[in-house]
Design a protein around this ligand. Structure first.
Ligand SMILES: *Cc1c(COP(=O)(O)O)cnc(C)c1O
Length: 233
């Protein structure tokens, strides 16, 4: 069985080769280790291996982990990303404990996060989740509604709008994966005319990382390939 350290090294090798293949700087793509459902010990192992950025989906679980590692010698270097669905009664915990939020698709949630962000912390970095496949059931703002939402959120005092995120419908072919990611990158490019600070595209997971990087991803979110399969029982 391979260790978390070896898994991280392998994923970084994949990221590096995908970046080189399309002529991008290898340090222009960040690895976010998605640690949802995984124990403190697994995160500890990743930290010991030199990893610093972690993604969590569930508020209660994520906050417990952030609090646990607040006492670690690496606390100042750790960066916590909230990437799961957000209910409005949970925004305060997110605003108080996380550095980034990837999953914003409504102004109401963003407004609460801005109001509840403690003033002693730096502004919260936020990404707007876009529904690139236009599926009725999926969360995410549509391309049509994106510009107005971006304008609204960019004006909120305790948030910094950094970019876009998507979880596209699963596609087997490279070309269809690439097309979905490229549509997100193009939308970001258009928003930059008004919001030049946008510099982050959170897109790509284990199965579609190469297409995401070719389309301009700056953060890939990887869970299983680092920590192994999740057990929800
Ligand atoms: C769980 C999750 C991931 C990681 O998925 P894996 O298949 O385990 O790599 C990435 N992004 C989001 C939004 C997730 O919820």
């Amino acid at each position: 069985m391979s260790s978390i350290k070896q898994n991280i090294e392998q994923v970084i090798t994949q990221i590096t080769s995908a970046a080189e293949k399309c002529g991008r700087a290898t340090d222009s793509v960040q690895l976010l280790a998605v640690s949802k459902t995984k124990p403190i010990a697994a995160i500890d192992e990743a930290i010991t291996a030199g990893h610093r950025a972690f993604g969590e989906n569930y508020v209660q679980e994520g906050v417990e982990k952030v609090q646990h590692f607040a006492n670690s010698p690496y606390a100042d270097q750790l960066v916590w990303h909230f990437i799961g669905p957000i209910q409005s009664n949970k925004t305060r915990l997110i605003a108080e404990h996380f550095d980034w939020v990837h999953s914003i698709d409504r102004a109401k949630i963003a407004r609460r996060l801005s109001e509840q962000r403690p003033t002693e912390l730096p502004p919260l970095n936020v990404l707007l989740q876009v529904n690139t496949s236009n599926e009725e059931s999926k969360s995410g703002v549509s391309f049509a509604e994106l510009p107005a939402l971006a304008d609204d959120i960019a004006s909120m005092p305790n948030l910094v709008l950094r970019g876009l995120m998507s979880i596209p419908q699963q596609a087997d072919s490279y070309d269809s994966q690439y097309a979905a990611f490229k549509s997100l990158a193009d939308a970001q490019q258009q928003l930059r005319a008004k919001h030049p600070q946008l510099d982050t595209l959170s897109m790509g997971m284990s199965g579609d990382m190469e297409a995401a990087i070719a389309a301009g991803s700056t953060i890939v979110r990887i869970g299983t390939a680092i920590f192994g399969a999740r057990d929800y029982t």
